[in-house]
Write a protein that binds this ligand. Structure first.
Ligand SMILES: O=C(CO)COP(=O)(O)O
Length: 140
């Protein structure tokens, strides 16, 4: 079971809802997380159970970043709006930076999200289980 987070900016929320609905059969077996409004929108139209953090501008991206830092997240689908400035831009940058620090797969547009979801379906993310088993500082 993977831990997957969904985040979408306002003008990308319809796209996110359509995407998650189309692949609900893939996501249903996993632990799901989201920022506040994104999760609410997805749960309105699917049967998925999503743990919702705060809304992005109120700290939701940072809460998800904290999961990344604690090795508690395997994959993020973050549909960003590249054409609209966000008040919490530093939080967004910080989250993406942490994904790079910890090597967490993150899709920032729908084309990459499609590829990742197909990889999940094929079982390509089984390597994440190995990462979880190896805890630096404990196993060394
Ligand atoms: O702003 C966001 C991510 O940066 C998303 O937050 P919401 O899901 O609460 O709209």
């Amino acid at each position: 079971m993977l831990k997957i987070a969904f985040i979408a900016h306002d003008r990308k929320k319809d796209e996110m809802v359509n995407f998650v609905t189309a692949y609900e059969h893939v996501f249903v077996g996993h632990s799901l997380y989201s920022t506040g409004t994104t999760g609410q929108r997805i749960m309105e139209v699917t049967k998925l159970d999503i743990h919702r953090y705060m809304s992005g501008p109120l700290g939701g991206d940072q809460q998800i970043g904290s999961m990344v830092a604690q090795d508690e997240l395997d994959l993020i689908i973050f549909l960003r709006d590249p054409l609209m400035a966000q008040p919490h831009e530093p939080d967004i940058t910080a989250l993406l930076r942490l994904c790079d620090v910890y090597g967490i797969p993150v899709a920032t547009n729908i084309a990459t999200a499609e590829i990742l979801v197909k990889a999940i379906d094929r079982g390509d993310f089984a390597w994440r289980e190995l990462v979880h088993k190896y805890k630096p500082g404990v196993d060394e």
